[in-house]
Design a protein around this ligand. Structure first.
Ligand SMILES: *Cc1c(COP(=O)(O)O)cnc(C)c1O
Length: 385
């Protein structure tokens, strides 16, 4: 089975992890801040806070921005559920903004309309979480302008998108947001096994997120309620978690980051080959926004409902021939958990139409040209059958 995505581990990666095993530190030691600094430098952002998953990063990002009971968080329905769940962890309510049918990202027009209505009703969101689907940035200038007008905070869910850029700047530079979150799950652009990072230009938010990832404990005397009892002393000043990244993960991530350009280059090459080889077929290949360079985390086709071969038949044909196709994503608002909050089919028609048509083809740096050609061959066969 050719998977839709998979990690690439080199001998250098393995050696980096082995070196940590021979060192004095397994949990947060010198490697975690080094990895944080390397990601921050790569993205052109001031601070990085490494954690054990992007889900954890989203959670502490929301908390550091003060999200709580009575607040609203809005995100895209076409995302992994974690982008929405982080709002619920904080006791806030979650709502969605329909997608743009070209980019599959949150539509900034739909957002503007929904905000105008929410302002009248008095239920504006505290946080909006745009998700850079497949690694192509959302319309951040428009979303940023809306945040200034309506006063909400922005967390970019860039789980797909490290290595991409928007208006000539790296995704993660956080020019248009308060915090940007990356995932280092094995299918993503670079991996630490499990892992994630929140990056920000705001030193207060970074410090707060660092405290939240480790039980809400501080060792900074100025943050304590009285003078430390001694060098061993720490205080828990709020309720935090154990969301720490290990040294092993940080070493792997840092080693992977060193070749991110190569990784994204190969992904881009494969995506362009798909584009070329899939022209003149009853399929919609990904649309490229002129402001964006995607990291090409996913390659998603849309198969029109009017075409002779349905998405489902297309999926089954490829799957039974050993191609690990997938569908990203089931609209979050149609999950039973969200339905139980009152969301229904029909709430976000663009997202639902997209879901009926979408299929993700294999895309990862070690996919060979030959394997890709076999995939294309199978696609042409099912279309002509
Ligand atoms: C993968 C992913 C997440 C969650 O990442 P983890 O590191 O697995 O917690 C969140 N949002 C999106 C859009 C993702 O693709």
């Amino acid at each position: 089975m050719i998977p839709y995505g998979c990690q690439h581990i080199t001998e250098e990666d393995i050696q980096a992890v082995v070196d940590v095993l021979h060192s004095d530190w397994l949990t947060q030691g010198p490697m975690v801040p080094r990895f944080e600094q390397a990601v921050a430098d790569y993205c052109g952002v001031a601070h990085g806070v490494a954690v054990n998953s992007a889900t954890s990063a989203l959670h502490i990002a929301c908390l550091s921005l003060g999200l709580g009971k009575g607040d609203w968080l809005w995100t895209s329905p076409i995302t992994f559920v974690a982008s929405a769940n982080c709002g619920l962890y904080c006791g806030a309510q979650v709502d969605f903004v329909d997608i743009d049918p070209l980019t599959y990202n949150m539509s900034s027009e739909a957002l503007a309309k929904k905000l105008a209505i929410a302002e009248r009703k008095g239920n504006l969101p505290k946080i909006v979480v745009p998700v850079h689907m497949c690694g192509q940035s959302c319309d951040m200038t428009a979303i940023h302008a809306l945040s200034k007008h309506y006063g909400f905070k922005i967390i970019e869910d860039a789980s797909h998108a490290i290595g991409g850029s928007y208006r000539q700047e790296p995704i993660g530079c956080s020019r248009y947001s308060d915090i940007t979150v990356f995932s280092f799950h094995p299918v993503k652009i670079i991996t630490t096994g499990e892992g994630g990072m929140a990056v920000t230009n705001n030193s207060k938010l970074a410090e707060h997120m660092k405290r939240l990832r480790s039980h809400g404990i501080t060792r900074i005397p100025e943050q304590m309620t009285h003078i430390p009892d001694g060098p061993w002393y720490y205080q828990q000043i709020e309720l935090g978690f154990n969301y720490r990244m290990t040294e092993l993960q940080a070493a792997l991530g840092k080693s992977q980051l060193e070749r991110i350009e190569k990784i994204v280059y190969r992904r881009t090459e494969l995506a362009m080959r798909y584009d070329e080889m899939l022209t003149n077929l009853p399929l919609t290949t990904p649309w490229k926004h002129p402001d964006c360079q995607s990291s090409h985390h996913l390659y998603i086709l849309r198969i029109k409902p009017t075409s002779d071969v349905s998405r489902n038949r297309f999926f089954h044909h490829l799957y039974k021939n050993g191609i690990g196709v997938n569908v990203h994503y089931i609209p979050a608002h149609t999950q039973p958990w969200y339905r139980s909050m009152g969301f229904r089919e029909g709430d976000f028609p663009e997202a639902e139409a997209y879901y009926r048509e979408a299929i993700s083809l294999p895309l990862f740096p070690t996919l060979t040209d030959q394997a890709q050609e076999e995939i294309i061959h199978l696609i042409k066969k099912v279309i002509q059958s």
